[in-house]
Ligand binder design. Structure first.
Ligand code: 4NP
Length: 150
């Protein structure tokens, strides 16, 4: 059975679509499935933010076909690893946990990667933040992929 990876942020239009595209590009599709979701429902059905699409394109990834969806409690059963972008996302996801197994699946992306960084900052109100977000997400995904395919 494939290992199922979910990445979660608030809107599912800026940060998690980048992680979704990067993981999909780095993980072998025979062994892994990747999805993303947001803890908020404001952007359900929307494509990623144009600024995320642009920075992904700059690094050779097309994320333009993704569609935002909301995180729901069934995701604890549908995924093996749930990587969240910041402590607020963490709280929002953890409060939907129903047992210890659910809780054990949820980790901050940067910490699961072993980086000494507390969060991937929300870039929604910061046009200049997308490059940093891409770099942080990319470095995190690289480290996590190395651990997952070990
Ligand atoms: P994301 O960024 O969580 O990285 O997708 C945001 C997108 C939208 C909003 C906040 C953060 N918003 O408030 O609409």
């Amino acid at each position: 059975m494939k290992t199922r990876v979910l990445v979660v942020c608030l809107g599912n239009i800026c940060r998690s679509p980048l992680a979704h595209g990067i993981f999909e590009n780095l993980l072998p599709s025979n062994d892994f499935t990747v999805d993303s979701a947001g803890t908020g429902g404001y952007h359900i059905g929307s494509a990623p933010d144009p600024r995320s699409i642009a920075v992904a394109k700059k690094y050779g990834l097309d994320i333009s076909q993704q569609k935002a969806r909301k995180f729901h409690s069934e995701d604890f059963d549908l995924f093996d690893h749930i990587f969240v972008m910041d402590p607020s996302n963490y709280q929002n996801v953890v409060k939907l946990c129903q047992n210890k197994e659910n809780l054990s699946k949820v980790r901050l992306l940067t910490q699961a990667a072993g980086l000494d960084v507390d969060e991937v900052p929300d870039p929604y109100y910061d046009d200049d933040g997308f490059e940093l977000v891409y770099q942080l997400v990319y470095q995190s995904c690289l480290q996590i992929v190395a651990k997952l395919i070990d």
